[in-house]
Write a protein that binds this ligand. Structure first.
Ligand SMILES: Cc1cc2nc3c(=O)[nH]c(=O)nc-3n(C[C@H](O)[C@H](O)[C@H](O)COP(=O)(O)OP(=O)(O)OC[C@H]3O[C@@H](n4cnc5c(N)ncnc54)[C@H](O)[C@@H]3O)c2cc1C
Length: 447
């Protein structure tokens, strides 16, 4: 039986990223991928990475002419349902082809020394006499193949093939995602009929969780929408959206459909000799369900702890716990706050209130740029607060929405505080879960 320091399930962006970083540090790494190489990263075509993320995460930045590159743009509009008062945020974005970029990340992992076994499906874990993971059972070329591993990382995407196979008492949540824990995303690739409508940037309609954005064809666009429950439900919202949003005239080229997690990450992302990341750990952004770079943020934390753990031969849950602590006090707390606020506000506010928020500048260019990491002046905050109060007095905003928004912010602050103060050791974890779960029960799921 072959043995590796680290076996990673899945050669998508998360698995390839971790493989490269750990192999570069001198650890023996094997990635098992159930798809053949020709099929990896083909679940849909175009995805986006913010320009600033390439340097921060140390990932290659394709340029025009490269097979991975599709387009880039800087203007990101957020609009009211009628698109009368769009707000502009400047944030350079690069559009990439998922298949080509995944292959590039896979190649970099191999160049760093990792091995990738395509068409090799994870079936189950191997356990040692103490009941701890010590490898994986796979299906490779029609035969069962066993591979030894000191640590297994589940980067198998939404299926969470590893995490959901673990015994319920292994120290990590093993439940699969429900229809309420994910966005069903519909992407319509269209050809725009009027050259004056060719896109310079994207527009997002938060009310519908819908957008129009460039695609590889400069005369085309992707009109997308994400909704919980089912693709049928997403189609219904799409039809509703098209009744109010003045989309430019287009002809449909083709449709892609996909799903992305939209729920909290497991309370613990580590167990004995085990780590979960990527979509398998629901590490997508609370704002839009995107997960390529947010997973890499967690994997940079994983890399540091796992490197030491392997060197010290301490790959037990207690030692790997630091990954939970360091993730939760940073991105974990930030995502938890945003999710609480977004779910609360989006579920409460109606069509008219969304319209008013854009018309009255409660949602302003400056506020959006500030949320993206820029400065927000005191005047902008006072202006937004004034417009909010005026809206209440003029009955443009209902009292019930004000109460829901206030509760959402309270829940967000409480959650963020709990994540920041995540227990430094597994002791106290049970109490922490209880406190956090109570807040999540209050928040509920996004409608
Ligand atoms: C329509 C749509 C648009 C999106 N747009 C963006 C975007 O613009 N930007 C962004 O950041 N995110 C976007 N996302 C989210 C993003 O695609 C995911 O967060 C990201 O791809 C997750 O990467 P991953 O490596 O964790 O999982 P995956 O990419 O799903 O990779 C998991 C791999 O594991 C393999 N695997 C599964 N089971 C097994 C098994 N049993 N054995 C072996 N291998 C297995 C799979 O074949 C797969 O190759 C979008 C999602 C959708 C649906």
């Amino acid at each position: 039986m072959d043995n590796f320091d680290l076996v990673i399930i899945g050669a998508g962006s998360s698995g390839a990223y971790l493989a490269k970083r750990m192999a570069k540090l001198g650890h023996s790494v094997l990635v098992i991928e159930k798809l053949p190489k020709t099929k990896v990263g083909t679940k849909y075509d175009i995805f986006h990475i913010e320009e600033k993320e390439f340097a921060r995460l140390d990932i290659p930045r394709p340029v025009k002419g490269d097979p991975e590159w599709a387009f880039e743009f800087s203007k990101n509009y957020n609009a009211d349902p009628l698109t009368l008062y769009p707000k502009c945020q400047i944030n350079p974005i690069v559009g990439l082809h998922m298949h080509e970029y995944t292959l590039l990340l896979d190649r970099l992992a191999e160049e760093a020394g990792a091995k990738i076994l395509y068409s090799c499906e994870f079936l189950d874990f191997l356990y040692n006499g103490n009941g701890r993971i010590c490898g994986v059972k796979t299906k490779y070329r029609g035969k069962e193949k066993k591979i030894g591993a000191r640590v297994v990382a589940d980067c198998s995407g939404m299926a969470a093939a590893g995490r959901t196979k673990l015994p319920a008492d292994y120290g990590i949540e093993t439940g699969a995602l429900t229809d309420e824990d994910m966005f069903y995303v519909i992407l319509k690739y269209v050809k725009l009929l009027d050259p004056k409508d060719f896109l310079e940037g994207s527009t997002f309609w938060a009310y519908y969780k819908s957008w129009i954005a460039p695609c590889a064809d400069p005369e085309g666009a992707i009109i997308g929408l994400g909704a919980c429950h089912s693709f049928e439900y997403a189609e219904r919202i799409f039809a509703e959206m098209e009744k109010t949003v003045p989309l430019p005239p287009y002809t449909l080229d083709h449709i892609e459909k996909g799903r992305t997690p939209y729920t909290r990450h497991p309370h613990s992302m580590v167990a004995d000799n085990f780590i979960v990341s990527g979509d398998a750990g629901n590490l997508t952004k609370s704002v839009n369900g995107e997960g390529v770079t947010s997973s890499m943020v967690q994997l940079m934390i994983v890399e540091k702890t796992l490197d030491r753990a392997l060197k010290l031969n301490r790959t037990d849950r207690d030692y790997l716990w630091e990954i939970n602590v360091r993730y939760n006090e940073t991105q974990g707390a930030e995502f938890a706050f945003l999710r609480a606020v977004l779910v609360g506000v989006v579920n409460a506010a109606d069509f008219g209130e969304f319209q008013y928020a854009f018309e009255s500048n409660i949602i302003s260019d400056e506020l959006l740029n500030g949320l993206a990491g820029g400065e927000i002046s005191g005047n902008a905050v006072i202006g937004a607060a004034g417009a909010f109060i005026k809206g209440m007095l003029n009955k443009k905003i209902r009292l019930s929405t004000v109460k829901a928004a206030a509760a959402a912010v309270r829940n967000g602050i409480a959650l963020s505080g709990l994540y920041t103060a995540f227990p430094k050791t597994p002791e106290g974890f049970g109490e922490w879960c209880k406190a956090v779960n109570e807040i999540y029960d209050r928040i509920g799921k996004i409608k």
